[in-house]
Design a protein around this ligand. Structure first.
Ligand code: CA
Length: 533
């Protein structure tokens, strides 16, 4: 799931994105029942899906609204139509007032579920509140109810440019500093085939898709702000998965706020691919879904503060990866995750290593007031060591899905994504052979079970350890559970960046054996000493 194609035009007032005319004005409406779930990727054979994909139909009891929409020319619907991790926006199809039903204008990937939630958007009949607008592309007109604080001479900008505002390609040693990129329909900055490019103190805001698309090696993005982006903040790729040659691109000391503004799922603040990217000392907050998604190998994700994400999604993680046995070598270390409780707690996890993702180390992090600290989906060679969990409803859920509900999905080496990804990297050749020797045993040694994993030396404060389902394969050792949470003052000191800088390394009284003090003062923008190249 990469970046979406360029968004439509949007309207910004005094640098703030306004809202396409919608109902309800905030939040979601619930459907009143499924009439026809339509075809879905989960339940319909691919061949039939290609030939006869069918949109769903749902009941909706609000007759006055149905009458209004049935008479409108341009009704769009945006919603979580089935799963809490899959949003989609599309035109409405038939609206039948007498039957009290709405048919979607296009088939939705996962069909309609009974708890689907949605809102009507980009519909002029629903323009009824300050800050709402509608663009009539045919007539070239913008209708807007200005925000109350717009002032007498507001600056109004309509985004038009679909291409990146700036492209830096096949070059090296370029520096961009102190620039603001804003109000395009696509991404702000595309860097491709580049080396030693430095992006410093720039602002990326109000774009239709991403802030920065970065590919190359030894490039650095430093002290930049990413705000109100339609999709991802930054995507980073580079390095060689065959030779494990690291790219060494760095994203450091940046702030990310309100990314995934219009494309709500799988558009994280930071997306990593390739080998050896470094993400350090960033602040990521206020996102509907994931903060960081990674694939590839040997990334360093460290000393970041990640808060208030997964705000309207479920079955997801602030830091997320999945469905790949070959993700070895990435380390998630000394990060602060806090206030990731979600809206109504549908499996929100601070770190989610989904569907047998393997070979990842999570060490020395602080998980504070998260729903679940970690969900590990049956992966092998996972190390969860010396973390602190405070006031979470569960520390860790470590399941054995590879011999449970997922067993069927990994049984056929031809169809299984996990098998395909295993074949895509040379595990029998150097450097893979020596660096990740256990990979060669994944298909023969206790197939499907979470072999080689460890949950050890973690400290759980006012948080139950949780469940580790296959303790013959996963070592669970030296974890300490303490009833008492940190004091309100201790928590306030950790969460306040200024007070945090003065804190000594976190060294609990009831320290588990093997626990290493956590340097909380180095967490967040400006706290570390990132390696400069
Ligand atoms: Ca409205």
């Amino acid at each position: 799931m990469g970046l979406p194609a360029g968004a439509g035009s949007e309207l910004f007032c005094n640098g703030v994105p306004l809202t396409p005319a919608r109902w309800p004005n905030t939040g979601f409406a619930r459907i009143d029942g499924v009439v026809d779930s339509g075809t879905s990727k989960d339940a319909t054979p691919p061949e039939e899906l290609r030939l006869r994909a069918r949109p769903g139909t749902f009941r909706f009891a609000d007759r006055a609204r149905l009458e209004r929409w049935a008479g409108a020319a341009n009704v769009w619907l945006s919603g979580y139509w089935n799963w809490d991790w899959a949003d989609d926006t599309m035109p409405a199809g038939a609206i039948d007032v007498r039957a009290g039903t709405i048919t979607l204008g296009l088939p939705h990937t996962y069909g309609l579920g009974k708890s689907a939630r949605f809102f009507v958007t980009n519909t002029p009949e629903e323009l009824d509140a300050p800050g709402e607008y509608w663009i009539d592309p045919g007539a070239g007109r913008v209708y807007v109810w200005l925000p109350e604080n717009a002032g007498d001479h507001p600056e109004l900008i309509v985004s038009l440019l679909a291409d990146p505002i700036l492209t830096v390609a096949n070059t090296e040693a370029v520096e961009l500093a102190d620039l603001t990129f804003a109000a395009g329909r696509g991404s702000a900055l595309r860097i491709a085939g580049a080396e030693h490019v430095l992006i410093e103190r720039c602002v990326f805001r109000n774009m239709g898709t991403a802030g920065v698309e970065l590919e190359g090696r030894h490039n650095t993005v430093r002290e930049c702000a990413f705000e109100d982006l339609g999709a991802s903040g930054i995507t980073v790729a580079g390095g060689d998965r065959t030779t494990l040659e690291p790219a060494g691109n760095q994203v450091v000391d940046c702030t990310f706020r309100r990314c995934a503004r219009t494309h709500r799922t799988y558009q994280p603040a930071i997306r990593l691919d390739g080998v050896g990217q470094i993400v350090a000392n960033n602040l990521i907050e206020e996102l509907p879904h994931c903060a960081l998604i990674f694939a590839g190998n040997e990334h360093r994700i460290e000393r970041n503060e990640i808060a208030r994400v997964l705000l309207e999604t479920g079955d997801s993680g602030a830091v997320y990866c999945g469905r790949d046995w070959t993700l070895h070598g990435t380390v998630v270390r000394n990060n602060l995750f806090h206030d990731i409780a979600g809206s109504d707690a549908r499996y929100q996890n601070a770190v989610y290593l989904d569907d047998m993702a393997s070979g990842i180390t999570v060490v020395g992090n602080v998980f504070l007031r998260c729903h679940w600290g970690m969900l590990v989906g049956g992966g092998r060679d996972i190390v969860v060591r010396a973390n602190v969990f405070d006031s979470c409803s569960k520390g860790i859920a470590f399941d054995k899905r590879g011999v449970g509900w997922m067993a069927k999905a990994i049984a056929d080496p031809e169809k299984s994504t996990l098998h395909q990804r295993l074949r895509a990297v040379p595990i029998d050749r150097e450097p893979w052979r020596t660096r990740y020797p256990t990979l060669r045993e994944y298909l023969t040694d206790r197939f499907g079970r979470p072999t080689g994993s460890r949950v050890e030396s973690n400290l759980l404060l006012a948080t139950p350890l949780g469940n580790v389902d296959d303790r013959d394969c996963v070592l669970v050792d030296k974890n300490v559970e303490v009833k008492q949470a940190l004091s309100q003052d201790e928590i306030a000191a950790i969460l306040d960046p200024a007070r945090r800088r003065a804190l000594k390394d976190f060294r609990p009284q009831q320290s588990p054996e093997g626990f290493e003090p956590i340097p909380v003062k180095t967490i967040g923008p400006g706290g570390g000493a990132p390696a400069r190249r």
